[in-house]
Design a protein around this ligand. Structure first.
Ligand SMILES: [Zn+2]
Length: 215
């Protein structure tokens, strides 16, 4: 079977039945014949929606890193927790490896992902630079498993639960920004697949193989 023909098939994530893909009407979903799981959907404004959400995520990330996440009050002694103070503490304790890993996993990788998505979707909207869009899509797919910002935020929530017993906590702007990132991440990952964007790519620039030759 040729690769192009494989692209027309889709496997159900739940029961692993193989289905042949058909073109959907605007805004509808294809469901598995056996278990009713959603196989794929026709996104009305896939590029615009993802672009908007990624921009909001990027801005939230900058806010999350610039403002205080929490203020901890223990018997009148206030301690503000923000990202720069976390990094300073880690490096003061000479935990360089932890600091560098944290910088990559919760800042550099997420920022690279959102910036790449914003650039590649803008180019797709303009229908330009097929080769660059392709490289960026591959980069995003490779980086996605390494963005651990949601895990980091959940670990802060766990730490907060432990602090409740002996300290008063005031939530800061950074906390709100992290919550927004977490919700957007959930929404983006639940609704949008990289494969959907690849399909739009094929639609805009022609088949994947051809795009490389033309560029
Ligand atoms: Zn199924």
């Amino acid at each position: 079977m040729k690769k192009n023909e494989l692209d027309k098939l889709i496997i159900c994530k739940k029961c692993h039945t193989l289905h042949r893909k058909i073109r959907l009407h605007q805004g509808t979903k294809a469901r598995c014949r056996l278990c009713d799981t959603v196989l794929y959907r026709d996104h009305k404004n896939l590029i615009d929606t993802t672009l908007a959400l990624s921009l909001v995520s990027l801005i939230s990330l900058v806010i999350a890193f610039s403002f205080s996440i929490l203020t901890i009050n223990i018997n009148g002694i206030y301690q503000s927790l923000d990202m720069s103070s976390i990094f300073v503490t880690i490096f003061e304790h000479k935990q360089y490896l932890v600091g560098v890993m944290l910088a990559f996993l919760i800042f550099l990788f997420p920022v690279s992902i959102f910036v790449s998505i914003v650039i590649l979707l803008t180019l797709m909207k303009l229908k330009r630079s097929g080769y660059l869009v392709k490289r960026l899509l591959i980069l995003v797919a490779k980086l996605l498993p390494w963005s651990m910002i949601d895990i980091f935020f959940i670990s802060i929530l766990v730490a907060m639960v432990k602090l409740f017993d002996f300290a008063q906590l005031e939530l800061g702007i950074g906390f709100g920004a992290f919550s927004v990132i977490l919700l957007l991440n959930l929404f983006i990952l639940k609704r949008i697949n990289i494969s959907d964007i690849w399909e739009k790519y094929d639609y805009i620039y022609g088949a994947r193989g051809l795009a490389t030759k033309n560029d």
